[in-house]
Design a protein around this ligand. Sequence first.
Ligand SMILES: [Zn+2]
Length: 216
Amino acid sequence: MGVIRKTLNWYARLSPSHGISPPPYKHVVQIGDPTLRRVSESVSLEKIRTKEIQGVIEKLKQVMYRYGSVGMAAPQVGVNLRIFVMRLTDKQISDISAEVIKDRDITAVPYTVYVNPQLKVVDYQKVVHPEGCESIKFFKAEVARYNAVQITGYNPEGESICQLYKGWAARIAQHEMDHLDGKLYTDIMDRKSLCCTLWEEVNMAKGKVAIPFSPE
Ligand SMILES: [Zn+2]
């Protein structure tokens, strides 16, 4: 309790004059932040090309790349708008074992921005695999997702786009869509599978492990 109090006091001392910028943030907000639980608002189509919306898209891209993640939704950088980005590069896939790539049906996804996305389930068969989230840092759990989905929406130029995803790419798309409706994987996970990804390090370091909430 003492530690919590100390943290809150530290937080209370911070104000914009101390260098805290308003959203979109350069960091990813964490579970407990009310922004992650709101249903995000649609972007009016005539506003997509405005500096404000382009700025949110650019920040999402920067944060996703900086964290090395495969998807990022606007609420995760503190903005309740229906925008998400996703990508899965060959380089990211090269770090995954051949067995896992095959088992989870992992394929490359080009960098894609969706404004006001809508999801249609194409294959109702559900697939269960471990899933993580930058907003629930250093945890993972087994989550069931549909095997194939279609996402329609608008690109940063305001043109309508449509893409079919299957396997792991479909999982990423479903995960990011959930963020726009204030949902997290912890709502639908197999609860007994929730696991701290650093549990072995905690034992090796006799508990002295710090979780970094930002890459640097
Ligand atoms: Zn997430």
